[in-house]
Design a binder for this molecule. Structure first.
Ligand code: ADP
Ligand code: MG
Length: 253
């Protein structure tokens, strides 16, 4: 494999067990009237198969940070590595190959293809779907409570149903990295709990990175990054926090 500055310069997919490292990521949006620092000098790392959360108020830079880490946008400065692969420095076509092989995306806008059925939409990330892929797609739809929508078209589904179909599409190919922006924003709380259960299954084979302003859904995350005004202001592990709380309340008895 060719090397560039000690890093892999080309790679088609994320190798198992690789972590993500973001170093000094900054993103500015420049308009004729103003410059917005959407992300300011953020450095962090996420381990393979970790459940990571990004929290913060609206406008704090959560989506922008996710776009930088996943390569949907190019940083004004800073670097993203997956293991030894210098992703942020890769060519657009290498980035695209890497992304197709290793990433799943679940955005607030589901972006389903109108002329494909729900099942066909779910299978889009898989080039030549086999019966086993179709079975997995149907199982995912079932676990998301929308099995009966498989043959229907997106315009026959409600907004929340379309979001859930896009979740099955993000999960279907067992990506090494799954990027999720506000998964519960358009769902009622019971459906929200159901989708978080399904999303958590992702950590059996890859990392799960979830943006939310609802800290409750990150209760069992491995690591949470808090953003404010584009900056990373706090990193904490909810599980160990909860552990401490439990221990403390035991001590109080
Ligand atoms: P969050 O996801 O936490 O709500 P965003 O990452 O969407 O935050 O936005 C961070 C900041 O960048 C906000 O101040 C927002 O207005 C600004 N911003 C986002 N997208 C653009 C854009 N395309 N052009 C200019 N400013 C933008
Ligand atoms: Mg956002």
């Amino acid at each position: 494999m060719s090397q560039l500055n000690g890093h892999d310069s080309r790679r088609l997919s994320s190798a198992p067990g690789e972590d993500l490292r973001a170093d000094n990521l900054t993103l500015t949006y420049v308009t004729p009237r103003s410059t917005t620092y959407a992300v300011r000098d953020v450095s962090l790392s996420i381990g393979p198969r970790e459940f990571a959360g990004i929290v913060g108020p609206s406008g704090s830079g959560k989506s922008s940070l996710l776009y930088l880490m996943s390569g949907m946008r190019t940083a004004t400065s800073g670097d993203v590595h997956f293991g030894s692969f210098h992703y942020s420095a890769a060519s657009p076509s290498d980035k695209l190959d890497f992304r197709r092989a290793s990433f799943g995306f679940i955005f607030q806008q589901p972006h389903l293809i109108g002329y494909l059925s729900v099942l066909e939409n779910v299978l889009v990330p898989i080039e030549n779907p086999k019966p086993a892929d179709k079975k997995r797609a149907l199982e995912l739809l079932d676990s998301l409570g929308i099995a009966e929508l498989a043959p229907k078209f997106p315009n026959e589904c409600s907004g929340g149903e379309r979001v859930r179909a896009s979740m099955a599409r993000g999960l279907v190919h067992r990506p090494a990295w799954l990027w999720v922006d506000e998964p519960t924003a358009s769902l009622d709380s019971i459906t929200g709990k159901m989708v978080m259960d399904v999303l958590r299954g992702q950590t059996e084979h890859g990392a799960l990175v979830v943006i939310t302003h609802d800290l409750e859904i990150l209760d069992d995350a491995d690591i949470v990054f808090r953003m404010r005004d584009g900056a990373l202001t706090e990193t904490f592990a909810p599980r160990s926090r909860r552990g401490k709380k439990e221990k403390r309340s035991e001590g109080e008895h």
